[in-house]
Every structure is written in C-alpha cells, then in structure tokens.
Design a protein around this ligand. Structure first.
Ligand SMILES: NC(=O)c1ccc[n+]([C@@H]2O[C@H](COP(=O)([O-])OP(=O)(O)OC[C@H]3O[C@@H](n4cnc5c(N)ncnc54)[C@H](O)[C@@H]3O)[C@@H](O)[C@H]2O)c1
Ligand SMILES: O=C(O)C(=O)C[C@]1(C(=O)O)C=C[C@@H](O)C=C1
Length: 308
C-alpha cells in the first residue's frame, strides 16, 4: 500500500493513544476531511467506548498491531515513554508504503525508540505540534487546537521527502504552520520554552503545598494571577510530563543550570537592594512578551476560553 498523494485525504489513519492530542487530531481530520476513516488504539475499554461515543474514531482496537494493519498513516499519540513498546508491537503489521508519525514533546528519544522498529519501505516522520492545554484524555480534544500554532517536523537525514510533505500537508490542513528542525535542536529549544516552564510551575505549586496548613489554604483562597497561572500548568498530565523529563534529560538539565545561575543573580540583587539590576532585567523580559504577542503565539485558541 502506498499513501494517497499529497493534497488528498489519507485512506485510513490510526491514532495510537486517543487523549488530548489524538482526539483533537481526530476532530480536526474529520472537520477538514483529511482522512476517509479514523481508527484508534487504547488500552482501556473505557477509553475505547468513549472514543466511539464521541465519534472520534470509526473503530477502536486494544492491540496496536490490529489498529495499524490497514492504515496509510499511523500517529503515535501516547506519552513518549510508551513509544518503544508500541512501535515493537505494531512493527509486523505496518503496511508497505505507510507513514508513521508522532506528536511527542521530545524528538531525539522518539527517533531512538521508534526508528529501530520501522520496517524497510515504511516512512517515519517525527512531529510535534506546539499546541496543548493542561487537560488530558479523549474528552479534552477540540478541532481548533492546532490553528495558528506551529508544528515542528524533525525528519532524520534520508527521510523520504514525499512522506515529509504528506505529513506537513496534514498539519497545514489542520491550521498549523510547519517548520522543519534538527531533532537535537528541537529538544534544546523546547527545553527552555516548554519543559523548564512546566518544571518551574510544578515546583512553585509543590512549594506552596508544603507550607503550613493555614498559609497553604490562603495561597489557594487568595490565589494571585501569577500563582493561578502556575497552577494551570502544574495540573498537566503527570505521566506525559514524567516521560518528557526522563527523555530530554540533557537539554533540561542544561537549561535548569542556566536558570539556577540567573535565579541566584536575582537573589543577590534583591539581597543587596540593587533596584537597577531588577528593573533592567524586568524591562528586557517585557520585550520578550511583546515578541510572543507579535508572533500571534500568546492567546488561547480553545473556543471554550476567552481569547487574549
Ligand atoms: N498535552 C500537551 O499539551 C501536548 C502538546 C504537544 C504534544 N504532546 C505530546 O502528545 C502525546 C500525547 O499527549 P496528550 O496530551 O494527548 O496525553 P493524554 O494523556 O491526553 O493522552 C495520551 C493517551 O495515550 C494513552 N496511552 C498511554 N500508553 C498507551 C499505550 N501503550 N497504548 C495505547 N495508548 C496508550 C493514554 O491512556 C492516554 O489516553 C505525548 O507524547 C505528549 O508529549 C502533548
Ligand atoms: O499550553 C499548554 O498548556 C501546554 O502546556 C502546551 C505545550 C506547551 O506550550 O508547553 C505543552 C507541551 C508541548 O509538547 C507543547 C505545548
């Protein structure tokens, strides 16, 4: 089987993992007519039933091998730590000419864990939509999630150009802008823009939860904007984020080291009353926010939330 040509819908897409990203893809693919048929794979009977009830998938499977056998596109949308086992399980069922892609937040580990199980004649195009929320599961998805967001593709050298174009077409059709990045570079950039912010949010909320009971209750009751925003991020899926940190260890530790040094410098400025140092730094960070707004990457695209 060869994948249908660029610009034409995929014949059958398998979503391995039907959580926030998988369900959003299912809804977007249906809305824009990007797949004739969408099937899914989930371990629990509850998720399989929910995906059918919500009309996300035409058919649900427990076994990844059964899910992928008739497909010209397979999308891995589980936490990154599950990739190797899933790729091994589906390896023998992949149709010749099929494209395997993924949505994982870490790309070098995806290539390390999936690559060895991709048979000759099947194309692996790693990808990562820079879009999400703190919600998880099949009910969390919405078709607009990828609109006006970037999707980064990180094909290893030698990847079939037509397969890359086909996956790029899919993301563009769901409203994203597609850029191609080297996988290691992707992991470094995302370590500072996504992984470290999550680590900081988890830490701040954890620190607040460790305060004595009365102060802890007040932190929740009088939640100021800053803490409130951190609690949103710190509500993100524990398994997904465990896997991100375990699989992007080097880049995260490098960015964490830089962050710790900068934090120590700020600590010193506060201790010594160096107002100029603080004001200068805060003025420069304000500029960064303007840049994010100018790139149209500041607001929520969840239709259930107010636009910013
Ligand atoms: N949440 C985000 O903001 C976001 C954004 C971009 C990319 N991603 C990436 O997308 C992937 C999915 O994240 P999500 O937010 O949709 O998570 P999610 O928790 O909403 O969904 C993941 C689903 O995968 C299922 N799953 C786990 N192991 C499985 C297995 N072995 N076989 C079949 N299903 C399995 C889980 O039960 C769950 O339903 C992750 O790799 C994550 O790094 C997430
Ligand atoms: O918007 C959010 O809540 C997200 O956490 C989405 C977010 C991020 O921006 O860090 C999280 C993980 C990703 O891999 C990509 C996007």
């Amino acid at each position: 089987m060869t994948a249908a040509p660029a610009g034409q819908p995929f014949r059958q897409v398998a979503l391995i993992g039907v959580g926030l990203i998988g369900s959003s893809m299912a809804l977007a693919m249906r809305r824009f007519g990007l797949a004739e048929r969408v099937v899914g794979c989930a371990r629990s009977a509850e998720t399989r039933a929910k995906a059918l009830e919500l009309g996300l998938c035409d058919e649900m499977f427990e076994d990844p091998a059964a899910a992928v056998s008739e497909c010209d596109l397979v999308v891995l949308a589980t936490p990154v730590g599950a990739y190797a086992a899933v790729a091994e399980a589906m390896q023998r069922s992949l149709a010749a000419g099929a494209i395997v892609t993924d949505v994982g937040s870490v790309k070098q580990a995806a290539i390390r864990d999936v690559g060895p199980f991709v048979p000759e004649g099947v194309h692996f195009v790693p990808g990562h939509p820079i879009a999400g929320t703190e919600q998880s599961g099949p009910e969390a998805g919405f078709a607009e999630l990828f609109e006006q967001r970037y999707c980064l593709l990180t094909p290893p050298p030698g990847t079939d150009a037509e397969a890359v174009e086909r996956v790029a077409w899919l993301w563009r059709s769901m409203g994203s802008t597609v850029d191609v990045l080297e996988p290691g570079h992707h992991d470094q950039v995302l370590a500072i823009t996504s992984h470290l912010p999550h680590l900081i949010a988890y830490t701040i909320v954890h620190t607040a939860m460790g305060l004595e009971e009365s102060t802890k209750q007040e932190a929740i009751k009088y939640s100021a904007g800053g803490f409130r925003d951190f609690t949103r991020i710190a509500a993100s899926d524990p398994v997904m984020w465990r896997d991100v940190f375990l699989n992007n260890r080097e880049s995260v530790l490098e960015m964490l080291q830089r962050f710790s040094e900068d934090l120590t410098a700020l600590q010193r400025a506060i201790r010594w009353g160096e107002g100029e140092v603080l004001e200068d730094l805060f003025s420069r960070t304000r500029e960064a926010r303007r840049g994010v707004i100018e790139q149209h990457q500041a607001g929520s695209f969840d239709p259930r939330e107010p636009k910013t």
